[in-house]
Design a protein around this ligand. Structure first.
Ligand code: ADP
Ligand code: GLC
Length: 482
């Protein structure tokens, strides 16, 4: 039995800010239990839902040498859906109102602490993984510490590590002297062949340099990040490591996201009866959100972090024009104030057409995936994207920009061949996006049978974890040995 430990800063069902949590919560369940014992370690955030905190069981605590003090490390555990979770507790670090804060230096200290604690706790738990699977910059120091101070110890020698890049934009950067002081790593680690990048210490870079393999969450993004536009300054390193870098597209939890059994939606439906049943959800949502109730209106959904990454400046640019069309737009998201206010403004201006829901809600997100006809996701860059996969699963036709995982998972509609699961456009241009939306409107209103065939194909597409989990397993086997 090969032992794998996932180390990450968020994971469903305990704590979630974005797609990383969905992946960390769903992938381990789909790894073959006959051959792999996969466990997950997360921070114990005070802001976790009480009902989740109630599931945690105290294991032990100890003190760890960190940032010139003996830092408290509490250890808790919980088992969910057959997966063993561990939690690192320290209220000084994980006590905020949100998992991530705005003080960049404190974030670095917090996740350096977490990364070191992840390794320190293993002998105490008597769990020696064959491989630690790290996710994003927050766990970038795990491969570094593993190769450095823990190598002197028999317990750790030979443990492999993988880092998955979910988003290259966030790297965890700060002045090298300060980071050296916090992490206790020797000075010679802070050179351009190791942790340093452009005069900063860079935790993600450390992970990429020291991990035994690097993955990211789609094939296209794996190629894109070797270029200057998408490489966020690390394109050179990623090119150099291209032999150890591969894209494995994300899946979603097909049990959690299932229009037939979804407990949040008014009218369950499936690939056979969606023509009759799906619109009942639309009607209910129109009523709930105070939009004009009309099953025939094309409803477009957005569920997203409201950031530049997701292409909201394109939407802002043509929003007034878009609102002249015969559509409804339902938005659920939080993020940058200018986008939050932009949607609030249009909700006020076109109150029977636009509904801006500026908060986080699992329930409303499911209702939107189920009720809308189309889903808009015009990202500037998108490592994978899960929202379009959820939309496909619910027969809600994605309209996307052809980048990263959006390009790999949404097949553009071709009216001549009768193929495609969605609509797409290539250039980061607001009117190109608008043209794609209008093309979708035209098919929706004028060629309803064609539209329904797109929905058929969307619902038939398979983005469960099955295929991708096998690719992870192959990689684990290859790294650990058979
Ligand atoms: P990213 O990880 O870049 O935010 P993804 O598409 O991979 O993008 O994943 C986003 C996840 O977060 C999806 O599960 C989406 O439904 C969810 N999500 C985003 N914003 C909200 C919100 N305001 N309320 C509920 N769920 C949200
Ligand atoms: C990141 C990316 C998103 C991806 C998610 C899970 O948040 O922005 O594209 O789907 O991670 O891998």
């Amino acid at each position: 039995m090969k032992k794998i430990l996932f180390a990450a800063s968020e994971g469903v069902p305990f704590i979630k800010t974005g797609g990383l949590a969905d992946v960390v919560g769903s992938l381990p369940k789909c790894i073959d239990k006959e051959y792999f014992d996969v466990r997950v370690i997360l921070p114990k955030y005070t802001c976790m839902k009480q009902e989740m905190k109630d599931k945690l069981e105290y294991v032990t605590h100890f003190y760890m040498d960190f940032n010139w003090t003996d830092a408290y490390v509490g250890v808790l555990k919980a088992e969910v859906d057959g997966i063993q979770y561990y939690f690192i507790d320290n209220e000084g670090y994980f006590g905020g109102f949100k998992p991530y804060g705005d003080n960049a230096l404190f974030e670095i200290e917090k996740y350096a602490f977490f990364s070191k604690a992840v390794l320190s706790v293993l002998p105490i738990l008597d769990f020696r993984p064959d491989l630690i699977h790290c996710h994003d910059w927050q766990t970038g120091l795990v491969p570094v510490y593993l190769k450095e101070r823990f190598q002197g110890n028999d317990f750790f020698r030979g443990i492999k590590s993988v880092i998955t890049i979910h988003n290259l934009k966030f790297q965890g950067k700060w002045d090298p002297k300060v980071v050296q002081n916090i992490t206790g790593l020797p000075q010679y680690y802070f050179t351009p062949d190791k942790l340093e990048a452009y005069k900063d210490a860079n935790l993600l870079k450390g992970g990429i340099v020291f991990a035994d393999a690097v993955t990211t969450v789609s094939d296209t993004y794996a190629e894109e990040i070797k270029t200057k536009f998408y490489g966020e300054g690390l394109e050179g390193l990623l090119k150099a490591r291209s032999g150890d870098l591969r894209g494995i597209v994300n899946g979603i939890d097909y049990e959690e996201f299932n229009p037939e059994t979804d407990k949040y939606i008014v009218k369950p439906y499936n690939a056979v009866n969606f023509r009759k049943e799906k619109a009942k959800n639309k009607r209910a949502l129109q009523e709930e959100l105070g939009l004009r109730v009309d099953e025939k209106k094309m409803m477009i959904g957005v569920v997203s972090r409201l950031t530049d990454q997701k292409g909201f400046d394109l939407i802002a640019y043509v929003m007034d024009e878009l609102c002249q069309d015969d559509i409804q737009l339902v938005v659920l998201g939080t993020g940058e104030e200018r986008y939050e206010n932009m949607f609030r403004h249009f909700d006020w201006k076109y109150s029977d057409k636009v509904s801006a829901n500026i908060f986080y809600s699992e329930e409303l997100s499911h209702k939107i995936y189920a009720s809308c006809d189309a889903f808009l996701m015009p990202s500037l860059f998108e490592p994978c994207g899960l929202s379009q996969l959820m939309s496909l699963r619910y027969g809600t036709v994605p309209i996307v920009r052809e980048t990263g995982g959006l390009k790999d998972t949404v097949q553009p509609y071709n009216e001549y061949e009768g193929t495609g699961t969605g609509f797409s456009f290539a250039n980061y241009n607001a009117h190109e996006m608008l043209a794609a939306v209008r093309y979708a409107e035209q098919i929706y209103y004028d060629k309803k049978r064609e539209w329904n065939k797109i929905v058929d194909r969307a619902m038939a597409a398979d983005f469960s974890w099955e295929v991708s989990a096998k690719k992870y397993q192959e990689m684990y086997d290859w790294l650990i040995g058979y």
